[in-house]
Design a protein around this ligand. Structure first.
Ligand SMILES: Cc1cc2nc3c(=O)[nH]c(=O)nc-3n(C[C@H](O)[C@H](O)[C@H](O)COP(=O)(O)OP(=O)(O)OC[C@H]3O[C@@H](n4cnc5c(N)ncnc54)[C@H](O)[C@@H]3O)c2cc1C
Length: 434
């Protein structure tokens, strides 16, 4: 298949959130855009899949206000709901964003929290963004309940607190990601991806599903992409696949998520105002530290959420995420059983009646996830070493552009991915403009 390259000002590799967002920004600037996607559906990590006749969320599910604003700006018609995260810590329960009950429960920790936030302001002014959250909390607050709660952002990103750098806390505000007020799309993540894709198609873009890009080369006059469906020509190429060059010293891969996919009777009440329920045992630096160094831990955190998918007659589905020790991609049956016993005994307190309401339950290991989706379940794909910035959005050597969580700006969530898409689309548009 040889195409007229003038119809492909830009070819984008990958039809996840960053590919679709970059495509929409480029269409708006008047360029012809084709997106290639090796999977057979839109959205990459943002979507759903069917397993044994039930629909489950693939990976991402809860977003920030930055994404909501960007979609509004692009004219993507979607509704979001604001929901809370409920954290079960020992015998206490906290909620984020703060509820009145949580504020009361935090009252005994006010002095510790004030020490932390004042220290954080000083650290920011002093340019100490590469200090680790773990070390910083231990030195300002100590190893205690308040300290564990302050380390929660590290757990949510799948990173041990000692590897989570302080600047990630203020990047949230610097880049206006808006995760302090989370938003879930009505209809779930596949609706989000499909609505973006439909907007892109309606604007004149082309999407080639089940089409893999195998190689890209330049002849000085443009780019030729070797794909599973033949050759394509383009004036510029934007890749949303993970950028693995240059090697970033002191960096290591994040831990992949393991999950239980669960279907429960529709009769089981799920709290309307809550998206995520987190089991967060005391001592995260110890238990996450063990997992990160490849050692099993008898206590570990996990979180679960109800898929916000359209109603089914008799059930709804839940995903339960947790981390196995580093290096374990496919655990043995006995290990899975232990994890299952631990998780479901604690989950009963978080969602009373869960055990009796389960209609279906299946474990998905990191390896099964990769095999099934052709994607990685690492929430943080690469934990960069202190002071090491993410790779650039443009490779001056090859001329290729990049978007997604492996490149600028900092952050390992959909908010950062779509901001990188916007930045790369802007660079491409400026380069192509006459
Ligand atoms: C388990 C998990 C939970 C998460 N939860 C959240 C959350 O709740 N909120 C949040 O904000 N973020 C979350 N994230 C992060 C979020 O999923 C990502 O930031 C976001 O989806 C990245 O979008 P992307 O388009 O850059 O990448 P992807 O979604 O990975 O899309 C890249 C696409 O490129 C395609 N592709 C790659 N190579 C080729 C090729 N050679 N040819 C053709 N196609 C190719 C892939 O098939 C894929 O569809 C989560 C991540 C994980 C793993």
């Amino acid at each position: 298949m040889a195409r007229d390259w003038r119809t492909n000002d830009v070819v984008i590799v990958g039809c996840g959130l960053s590919g679709l967002t970059a495509g929409l920004f480029l269409l708006r600037r008047g360029y012809g855009v084709t997106i290639l996607e090796r999977r057979s559906s839109y959205g990459g990590l943002c979507g759903t899949f069917e397993m044994d006749g039930r629909e489950f969320v693939i990976a991402c599910n809860d977003f920030g206000q930055g994404l909501v604003r960007t979609l509004e700006e692009l004219g993507v018609p979607l509704r979001f709901k604001s929901k809370k995260t409920r954290i079960f810590y020992g015998d206490r329960v906290y909620e984020l964003p703060l509820s009145a009950g949580t504020a009361l429960r935090l009252a005994p920790h006010m002095r510790a929290l004030a020490r932390f936030f004042l220290g954080l302001r000083r650290a920011r002014r002093a340019g100490e963004g590469t200090r680790s959250l773990g070390e910083f909390v231990d030195s300002t607050v100590g190893r205690c309940e308040a300290g564990d709660l302050l380390k929660l952002p590290a757990y949510l990103m799948g990173v041990r607190p000692e590897d989570f750098q302080l600047h990630s806390l203020w990047d949230e505000f610097q880049y206006d990601y808006g995760y302090s007020k989370p938003a879930t799309p009505v209809g779930g993540p596949q609706v989000l991806a499909d609505t973006l894709a439909n907007r892109f198609l309606a604007g004149g873009g082309t999407i080639l599903l089940s089409t893999e890009c195998r190689n890209v080369h330049t002849d000085g006059d443009g780019y030729t992409l070797d794909t599973s469906a033949g050759e394509l020509r383009a004036r510029a190429v934007l890749s949303t696949a993970e950028r693995t060059d240059p090697a970033l010293p002191g960096s290591k891969p994040g831990l992949p998520v393991s999950m239980f996919c669960v279907a429960v009777s529709k009769e089981l009440p799920y709290p309307e105002e809550i998206h995520t329920l987190v089991h967060y045992p005391p001592g995260i630096s110890d238990w996450f530290g063990k997992l990160d160094s490849g050692v099993p831990s008898s206590e570990f955190g996990f979180h679960l959420f109800r898929s916000e998918l359209p109603e089914k007659p008799d059930h709804y589905t839940l995903n339960i995420y947790f981390y196995l020790p580093r290096g374990v991609e496919e655990p043995e049956g006995a290990y899975v059983q232990q994890a299952e016993d631990y998780i479901f005994s604690h989950a009963e307190r978080m969602l009373p009646g869960l055990g009796k309401a389960i209609l279906y339950k299946r474990f998905v290991s990191p390896r099964m996830f990769s095999q099934r989706h052709g994607l990685s379940s690492r929430v943080t794909p690469l934990i960069t070493g202190p002071g090491i910035p993410k790779a650039d959005n443009h490779d001056a050597g090859t001329g290729l552009y990049y978007a997604g969580n492996s490149v600028f700006p900092p952050g390992d969530h959909a908010g950062a991915a779509i901001l990188s898409a916007r930045i790369s689309a802007g660079l491409i548009a400026n380069r192509l403009s006459p």
